[in-house]
Write a protein that binds this ligand. Structure first.
Ligand SMILES: [Ca+2]
Ligand SMILES: [Ca+2]
Length: 231
């Protein structure tokens, strides 16, 4: 009798295990905030994407972000020319509070499941004018559900979240130390003379016409920024 029970249990377990794995595979996704770069005072748009999407009808995602260095200006959802994947009924709340912090908050619903991977919605931030560095943007998934299941029971979908960053780079800061100083001018000047080779990051700051070399006008532009003129 004991043997029989044991065999039955093993049988059940061997059935249950693949089913559990299958269920996990069918009901998970990844929600990712993009990483972007801008200059102090500029506005940047961070897309929130879904991958591994098994199909959802309802979602609620809040955006946590570095409030000291970023100001949330707007959230763009599925509307007109925006081919975003959030549902056809969308509401946005820029002042949703939890723990007395304001979040961007998107709640959406659609009749038919959305099964594509892509951008759910996008958020536009203004970078603080005195900020140089990296600020975090983190999607907080309140829920993602699918009501396609039998008897219209909402099925919770597990979401893995990946945070994004907004990197603020000072224009003219060739050596990337967050300060516009004489060393930046010297570095650009030496690169112009051919005495110094710049890293790809440094070239991204100096080589504004993207031709792979530093011309006199480009080094002069760095000098103008240093002395407070315009380029
Ligand atoms: Ca510098
Ligand atoms: Ca150039």
């Amino acid at each position: 009798m004991k043997k029989l029970i044991a065999i039955c249990l093993i049988g059940l377990l061997s059935l249950a295990l693949p089913l559990t794995v299958m269920a996990a595979e069918l009901t998970s996704c990844t929600v990712t905030a993009d990483s972007v770069a801008g200059a102090p005072g500029e506005t940047v748009t961070v897309a929130v994407q879904i991958t591994g999407n098994s199909g959802f009808t309802n979602l609620a995602i809040a955006l946590d972000y570095d409030r000291e260095h970023l100001k949330l200006k707007s959230i763009e959802t599925k509307d007109g020319d925006n081919p975003y994947l959030c549902g056809s009924n969308v509401s946005i709340n820029k002042a949703w509070d939890e723990n007395e912090k304001a979040y961007g908050f998107v709640v959406s619903a659609s009749a038919d499941p959305v099964k594509e991977n892509g951008i759910l919605f996008a958020a536009t931030f203004e970078i603080a004018s005195d900020f140089v560095g990296e600020a975090q943007v983190t999607p907080v998934v309140r829920y993602i559900r699918n009501n396609e299941a039998v008897f219209s029971i909402f099925e919770e979908i597990h979401a893995t979240v990946t945070a994004g960053t907004v990197t603020s780079v000072l224009v003219g800061d060739v050596n990337g130390d967050g300060i516009m100083e004489y060393n930046d001018v010297m570095l650009a000047y030496k690169a112009f003379l051919g005495d110094e080779s710049l890293t790809p990051e440094q070239m991204a700051v100096v080589d504004t016409n993207r031709n792979g070399t530093v011309e006199e006008a480009e080094y002069q532009a760095i000098y103008q920024i240093y002395i407070g003129g315009s380029t």
